[in-house]
Design a protein around this ligand. Sequence first.
Ligand code: ALA
Length: 882
Amino acid sequence: MLSQEIRRQFLNYFKSQGHTLVPSSPVVPHDDPTLLFVNAGMNQFKDVFLGKSQRDYTKAASSQKCIRVGGKHNDLENVGHTTRHLTFFEMLGNFSFGDYFKKEAIDFGFEVTTIIFGLDPAQIYATVFYEDEEAFELWKKYLPEERIIRMGEKDNFWAMGDMGPCGPSSELLFDRGPKFGHARNPAEDIEGERFFEFWNLVFMQYNRILGGELEPLPKKSVDTGAGLERIALLKTGVHSLFETDILRSLIASVENLFGIAYDPKSKEKSAAFHVIADHLRSLSFAIADGVQPSNIERGYVLRKVLRRAVRYGRTLGMEKPFLAKILPRLVSLMGEDYPELVSAQGRIAEIVTLEEENFLKTLQRGGTILNQIVVSSKEHGNQISGDDAFKLKDTYGLPLEEILLLAKDVALTVDIYRFEELEKEAKIRSRSIRKTTQEPVEELYTKIVAKYGPTPFLGYNELLCEASVLAIIKQEKECDALYEGEEGGVLLNATPFYSEKGGQVGDRGTLSSEKGLFSVFDCKTPSLSLIFHYGVMKKGELHVGDRLTATVDPECRQKIANNHTATHLLHWALHEVLGGHIRQAGSIVEATRIRFDFSHHKQLSNNELIKIEDLVNEKIRENKVVHVYEMPYAEAVSQKEIKQFFGDKYGSVVRVIDIDYSKELCGGTHTQATGHIGYFKITRESSIASGIRRIEATTGRESELYARSFEEILTTISACLKVQEGQVIEKVHSLLEEREKQLFEIKKMKKEIFSIECKALFEHIEEQNGISLLIREVPLAAKELKELADMIFEKHTSPLQAERKPSLALFLITQGGTLWARLSQDLIQKGLRADLWLKDVAQTSGGKGGGNAEVAQGTLPPGQQISKVLDDARVWIQKHPF
Ligand code: ALA
């Protein structure tokens, strides 16, 4: 295959020139928050250019997977409509880290272009940064002066992003001839169609820092990037990147699947093929490298890409998930050089299919409402009102982008101004709700924390301590004392009580002094590191300044600790069973239950749940000691096996919970050894948002109670069925079978009744102008009408009938006022329509109905005279002679 050949020849050439071949990095730059996706071959060497890290080579070459969506280099909206924009592409590059510079970079560039790529030197042009005399002179060795063009910063100064390594560049272009425009040189060719850029040589010299200033790099370096698809285009002389081997082959797969031929000449019709082929590559590579469609960051960008592919698929009439059906072709085309595609194939297929299904559902839901809105908007100045657009988004979850696109399809505009106004109002509303309920309290706590500072927490080692009362809060105001029966919050100068954070609930317990007893039922941190004890004054009174003993309820604490450690075990087991892509998305650890949310694309199977449960219980029985220690955050970060939460803010010293196989940064309280947890039981698995699953579980005593509740259910069922517990399943099966048989009998009898009814109706068929009319009231329920109509038609038009009469116009009405009309095909061909017949008749009596030419259904308001309706139906037919 040509692309593979180009990829390999390029790399082999540079290997023979002493370059180290470096594999493509994942498309997700996990350690660079300034970058959404890898967008150039040099990304993985950013720190090497900056002199922050070193490799054991100074020359390298690679073929890098790139995605340009979101961020500085973003081509998403162009893809599909031009011949040369892609969101995913492969970038071939050679790099020097303080080794060679301009001269060699240019020599390599020309030699590879003409000898390895085999492009005609007479058609090559080079552009240089207008101030770069040196590059201009160097090119003169290969090109006549008129084919070396000086250009400005926009074209010939390359930067990775708003910050990072950058420098003047020199681009290589290929003249595709006058067929592609009449520009005489690259400077005149605004569109870049005739003078087709295929390689960029960047002379890395600077680091752009915050504010845009340029700092010189420690060593002058080289970064080059040649688009593999572009080289393939030039080598084969095709017009568009979508006609190069890999993309064309994917398009062929789309053609087969959709049964529609690709026509590159039709701009409009070819766009969907381009979008699908291109987006499938971005999606597959990003998912293979660990991203999942979601509502945030990279996941959101991916979701946008997928939705765009689905939308374009719909323009080709595809209303079902389809991307996974094209995936095998992509894997066979690129899997050999990118094995991650092969190993992730199953996961990619599942994730895209699920996401497509969800989006199609959203579109359907919003689409039905949208259709109604479209009709009314056509009558109101061809504009969808901001209120309607907002309703579509707010109530039906249809993103604004979709609304705009769908509106464009039917030549409507959207009142964006009003839409934004409503969005703003909604935001203010939700903020003001929070304001009125929280703000005064927030202010109060801010004042308290300013006065007393953070509360020392002693509870990792102690469950009891002597302390004095610093402040008391009653009904959201500071006060001096609490008296028997009053509820409030108490601040101490130090406490063993754990306050709710990181998903773990606050401790319960007592504060007891000589004068009173305060029962703590929750403990929270309302502001910074303040720890407040909330509860009720059980006995006596409590004053600011009192000395007291703070005691945490040891049983409750132990249960919480057991559950917290069990949560870590669960997290670990999820990784083992489902894979390394699992990320914690929230948790609740209480004394009686655990709730754990995590990213995963599909429902867990029963088998997976059993495996997870078994693994956790095995680890509990191992009864390993749970080690807790502190270490500098910087050190923890460098230890990859320690789980931490992306986006969490950690202090400079962090706490590690270490059970050998499971290490997590965590501030919670834990049990001393895993055996204390007792028995771990998953009680529920569910979905809480797209791509986020939830597991609920119990441990110890609660698990025992849970298991016992099932025993009780079983005992009750066996008593009801009058069989031993072991025979319950058999008995239920036999009962179900029996029921099945009875249902079958009922159905049969119903059919017989129908057929009697049908026979009786046959007596009433009237002949008129060569067609049969049956217009009757029937003693049936509305839902039985269809079946009866089918039966009548079958019987009437059956070839077994002695006198075969294919024509039939049927109009039935139930006592409840449901109408049903149906016409035979020959009458439809003569121009009759069942829906018109039914609608006209229904409306005369204040009812309504609809359907199609063949079948229609409707209702009448209560109290109508049925015989009159039947007469109307007859008159209508008589008025429409054949
Ligand atoms: N990093 C340079 C580019 O992406 C080569 O164009």
